[in-house]
Every structure is written in structure tokens, then in C-alpha cells.
Design a protein around this ligand. Structure first.
Ligand code: F6P
Length: 342
């Protein structure tokens, strides 16, 4: 069987480990051969593909980014889009099935293609950890490590100057990175998309910290909605899926906190540093196992499925289960963290 791999949507650490895991397991255990579609669904629509053999995936599990490139192309849009065109490309290039490595948008497209009868299966990817039907997504562990290290560093300069620093991390719909990195680094408040909080409460936490002689550090997810605001802060237009491009909530909050408390306040946005660079050891192992399992699922013809983590096991679930809902921070996890605020 000939399988096409693609990486689509925002990149994240561990994509290359999935590719390597799939190619090694697929060639060794299932006698498959592989091609890679360049830049996600764009490579499918444009029939831009490269051969992927054992040699081409040598040593890549520790590399950040993706050797195949990524894009946010939607396979149902444009003159070459649509299930029939995708089926033709697969037929013309003797590709028997696609393993799509991606997040919500990529997997929704994969699901639509599978519903149209195309042989597609998914591997969940997102630093935001917001996909349902899997306990965790690879890339999240690395992003939390990067954010934690950054917050640790920011804390020392905040202490030197007795400033309040608001650190912005990624997290569009879910505050997992903020919750975990904030808890790990001992942040004095964690603001997430799932919980709207007012400026007054934030400032109460900030003042409590200042009153015991400490420098307040607030971690905020980009998707946080300040009480009274209609939606998450955005001033950068729309992305390819017509969603507001987020970012800037820390810059918005810091002067408000300074004005209300009189404490000098600054903002730092971690941005793409959370998505770049080498994956953690955990993510390398996790992503390799997902890739191996995806090759196994393809060999068994489990199209329309997604490999996922349940406890410590890699299992197969339907892509529909993964895309029907979001994995958001439950109230109990927020309440637990909130006991430590201030
Ligand atoms: O999906 C992961 C993510 O990191 C989100 O948190 C963020 O909103 C988005 O990607 C930004 O990515 P890009 O600018 O590449 O579209």
C-alpha cells in the first residue's frame, strides 16, 4: 500500500517524529511505502509530493517544524478543491490513503473527505491541547516547558524591579498552556478563555501579591475574555478560516492594571516561540507512537479514524468524535488552580 502523509495547520514540535514513526513502522511492519504531500492540503490539491523512504526520515524526530511544510489550505476551497479532485490526485499518483497530521481545521477537512468515501485518517496535533477524544495532543508538553522556562525568567526581572508582568501564552479556545505553565511557574493569577474575570478581581490578586512584597506575575491565554468584553482581544484581522487573529491581550491588560493599582506593569507575549524548536523527550516518544499507530491503522484500512491517547495507550477513535467537541479546561481544574491565586 502507498500512503501519503501531510502536516497541516499551525505547526508544532513533534510533527517530524510522527512522520518518522509512521514511515519506519509502515515500511518495516506493514510493507507500505510513503510519499509526503508538501504544505498540507495544498500539496494534495496541487499534486506536489515527494517520496518518503527510511533515509529521508533519518534522525528527524528531534527536529522542530515539519520536513513537509504546512499551510492552512482548506481542501474544499478553490478551483482544485473538493473530494472528487482529491480522489483524482490520489488515483493519478497511486496513493491508497492519506494520514493527515493536524488540529481541528485539518481533522474537520479529513472527516469531510472520509465522509465522502476517501481513505483518510488523522493524527491529532496542537500545542493548545484543545482536541476532544484524546487525553493530550503532542506539542503541548513542549509548549508548556517553553512557557514555564520563560515565566521563570520573567519572574526574576519582575522581582528586581518590583513590577507586575503579564505574560501572554497561546490558547485560542482552551487555556491548557496557561494553566499548566502558570501552575508550574507559580503564577499569581491564570486567565483562560473558559473563565471570564473582571479587572477588579485581577487587581485584587495583584495587590495581594504586592502587599506581601512580591512582584505579581499574571499568565493570560490569548483567548481570554475580560469581563465586559464581547470577545477575545484581537486587532490583527482575520486568519485563513475567517477567525479573528488573536494576540495582544497582555498589552491590553498591563496598562489597565497599572492605572488601577499604581503598580508599574509590563507585558510579554511569548507567541511563536511556544511552537518552535526541538520537541521534549515526552513529545518525541508520544509523537513517534502516534505515527507508528497511524501506519498500523492505515494497514488495517481504518479510514475515518484518528489515533489518540487514552491513559498511556494509543487507541483508535472516530475523527467525528475528535471534531465534534473541544477539550476545554474543566471548572474543577480552574477552581483548583485559583486557590493559589493572589
Ligand atoms: O492552533 C495553535 C495556535 O497556536 C493558536 O493558539 C493560535 O491562535 C494560532 O495557532 C496562531 O497560529 P497562526 O498565526 O499560525 O495561524
Amino acid at each position: 500500500m502507498r500512503i501519503g502523509l501531510l502536516t497541516s495547520g499551525g505547526d508544532c514540535p513533534g510533527l517530524n517524529a510522527v512522520i518518522r514513526g509512521a514511515v519506519l513502522a509502515g515500511t518495516r511492519a506493514h510493507d507500505n511505502d510513503f510519499v509526503g504531500f508538501k504544505y498540507g492540503w495544498k500539496g494534495v490539491l496541487e499534486a506536489d509530493l515527494v517520496a518518503l523512504d527510511r533515509l529521508s526520515v533519518r534522525g528527524i524526530s528531534k527536529q522542530g517544524g515539519t520536513i513537509l511544510g504546512s499551510s492552512r489550505t482548506n481542501p474544499f476551497e478553490g478551483p482544485r478543491g473538493g473530494a472528487a479532485n482529491v480522489a483524482k490526485v490520489l488515483h493519478d499518483h497511486q496513493v491508497d490513503g492519506i494520514i493527515a497530521i493536524g488540529g481541528e481545521g485539518t481533522l474537520t477537512a479529513a472527516r469531510r473527505l472520509a465522509d465522502a468515501g476517501l481513505p483518510v485518517l488523522g493524527v491529532p496535533k496542537t500545542i493548545d491541547n484543545d482536541l476532544a477524544a484524546t487525553d493530550y495532543s503532542f506539542g503541548f508538553d513542549t509548549a508548556v516547558e517553553i512557557a514555564t522556562e520563560a515565566i521563570d525568567r520573567i519572574r526574576t526581572t519582575a522581582e528586581s524591579h518590583q513590577r507586575c508582568i503579564v505574560v501572554e501564552v497561546m490558547g485560542r479556545h482552551a487555556g491548557w498552556i496557561a494553566l499548566h505553565s502558570g501552575m508550574a511557574a507559580g503564577a499569581h493569577a491564570i486567565l483562560i478563555p473558559e473563565q471570564s474575570v473582571g479587572l477588579g478581581e485581577i487587581c485584587t490578586w495583584v495587590e495581594m501579591v504586592r502587599d506581601r512584597g512580591r512582584a505579581p506575575v499574571i499568565v493570560v491565554a490569548e483567548g481570554f475574555v475580560l469581563e465586559g468584553a464581547a470577545e477575545a482581544h484581537s486587532h490583527k484581522g482575520l486568519d485563513a478560516f475567517n477567525r479573528p487573529r488573536l494576540g495582544g491581550i497582555a498589552d491590553h491588560l498591563a496598562p489597565l492594571i497599572q492605572m488601577k493599582t499604581g503598580i508599574e506593569s509590563r507585558a510579554t507575549t511569548l507567541g511563536f516561540s511556544q511552537r518552535g524548536g526541538v520537541p521534549s523527550a515526552y513529545d518525541r516518544v508520544f509523537a513517534t507512537r502516534l505515527g507508528m499507530a497511524a501506519a498500523g491503522a492505515a494497514a488495517k484500512g481504518r479510514w475515518g479514524s484518528m489515533v489518540a491517547l487514552r491513559g498511556t495507550d494509543i487507541v483508535s477513535v472516530s475523527i467525528a468524535d475528535a471534531t465534534n467537541a473541544l477539550n476545554r479546561v474543566p471548572q474543577a481544574r480552574y477552581d483548583e488552580a485559583a486557590l493559589l491565586f493572589g
